[in-house]
Design a protein around this ligand. Structure first.
Ligand SMILES: Cc1cc2nc3c(=O)[nH]c(=O)nc-3n(C[C@H](O)[C@H](O)[C@H](O)COP(=O)(O)OP(=O)(O)OC[C@H]3O[C@@H](n4cnc5c(N)ncnc54)[C@H](O)[C@@H]3O)c2cc1C
Length: 382
């Protein structure tokens, strides 16, 4: 076996050279960013070489009037936000891992997002262009620097959540939004079923919540906009939600959202999964998870639930969840799981996943093990 080596490229050309030059000598590559999600998915198998993107940093082009910013993929997300904030803008994404230094490429590769996904989607919706390096050294560009764009395949959506199995994301063009002049958080005491009903009403009455997150027995509703608009919607929301609704102070709101992020982060000894459901299935799932002793942060309106279990031995539960929700269950932290990686039967979309893998990485160079056992046969065959 080839001796493991590590590359820290700082340009696309250096990424290309590292990938192309190692085709024969170091065929199996592992792409790493800040390491904040190296435990997501199944564990990576040992690789011959590591492509470390933490030096692949910097803003390439920022056009505030176009609301777009191009960055190298290893740039920490917080750096992107700081740059945008100087011009009164932001990328509307609030993943828990941002505080721990997550890179923009790593966030794209893990399809991560926070409570703001309710109104603004995930990076799938916020990335408008990518430059990727494939296993044969091909540099592929898709999308561009303008929001209105249609020509060519939208590769970013394939790389979204690919866990480093298709190639190296080297550059990313993001769309930005203006920072809201005002925001507030209203907390409503409610059980999961009641909160789901209220979340539905909030959506239907056009209150335009940026985030609707149920956690710890209360629904947190974030409102953003002009000061007058926020105030008016805040009043309407309190009327709609009844006596237990309360507008949080800025400090209380920060603490409440930090609590939501902490569930995704997990702590030593916990198992954390993110489960996607149809929104209507949310209350039943959340009630079940809470009864099983889990801490839950649930984006109720869109059916994305982050679930944290303390203690060990959660394989049986994970098998059940996989059987029920298939590829929509992502493992974020695995301290309470055995090393065995097979949880339930592979879901139907796995065949599409395998076909995409064959097309983009026919030599099986990238991220072996990360979708194990679903891609395993394909990887072994190549
Ligand atoms: C590569 C590419 C990417 C694009 N990306 C986007 C995008 O992302 N988002 C977006 O909104 N737009 C996009 N567009 C533009 C979009 O296709 C055009 O804006 C849209 O087709 C209207 O253009 P037009 O007014 O020039 O009409 P045309 O495209 O010239 O015509 C539209 C239709 O109306 C008919 N027509 C035109 N004039 C008349 C007339 N006087 N009488 C009867 N029928 C008529 C034409 O025969 C045609 O069927 C893109 C275009 C291209 C080429």
């Amino acid at each position: 076996m080839a001796q493991e080596i590590s590359f820290t490229p700082s340009t696309v050309e250096q990424v290309r050279a590292a990938v192309a030059d190692t085709r024969a000598s170091h065929p199996r590559l592992l792409v790493t960013g800040a390491g904040t999600a190296s435990g997501w998915g199944a564990p990576a198998e040992p690789a011959d070489a590591v492509i470390d993107t933490t030096s692949l940093t910097g803003v390439l082009k920022y056009a505030p009037s176009d609301l777009t910013i191009a960055v190298r993929a290893g740039t920490p997300f917080t750096t992107v936000q700081e740059t945008l904030a100087e011009a009164g803008q932001r990328v509307v994404l609030d993943p828990a891992r941002a505080r721990r230094g997550a890179t923009i490429g790593g966030l794209l590769a893990t399809a991560d997002a926070g409570p703001l996904r309710t109104a603004f989607g995930s990076l799938r919706d916020l990335v408008i262009g990518t430059t990727v390096v494939l296993g044969d050294g091909t540099v592929a560009r898709s999308g561009g620097h303008v929001i209105k764009n249609v020509a060519g395949y939208d590769l970013a959506k394939l790389f979204h959540g690919s866990l480093g199995t298709l190639g190296v994301v080297a550059e990313v063009v993001l769309r930005s939004h203006p920072l809201p002049p005002a925001m507030c958080t209203v907390a409503v005491e409610a059980g999961a079923v009641e909160a789901f009903d209220l979340a539905g009403k909030v959506v239907m009455t056009g209150l335009e919540a940026s985030a609707l997150e149920w956690s710890g027995g209360r629904l947190l509703v974030k409102l953003e906009g002009t000061p007058e608009g926020v105030e008016q919607r805040e009043r309407e929301l309190c009327r709609l939600a009844g006596a237990t609704a309360r507008v949080l102070t800025a400090e209380e709101a920060d603490a409440a959202w930090a609590g939501v992020a902490a569930i995704a982060d997990g702590v030593q000894g916990t198992t954390v999964v993110r489960i996607g459901t149809m929104p209507a299935a949310g209350p039943v799932l959340v009630t079940r998870m809470v009864a099983a002793g889990a801490a839950v942060a649930s984006s109720m309106a869109i059916g994305v639930h982050t679930v944290r279990f303390a203690g060990g031995d959660h394989d049986e539960l994970l098998t059940q969840l996989h059987a029920e929700f298939g590829a929509a269950v992502t493992v974020l932290r695995r301290d309470g799981l055995s090393a065995d990686r097979g949880w339930g039967p592979p879901p139907a979309p796995v065949r599409v996943l395998q076909a995409i893998k064959r097309q983009f990485d026919p030599a099986g160079r990238f991220g072996a093990g990360r979708f194990s056992p679903w891609l395993e046969d394909e990887e072994r065959a190549s």
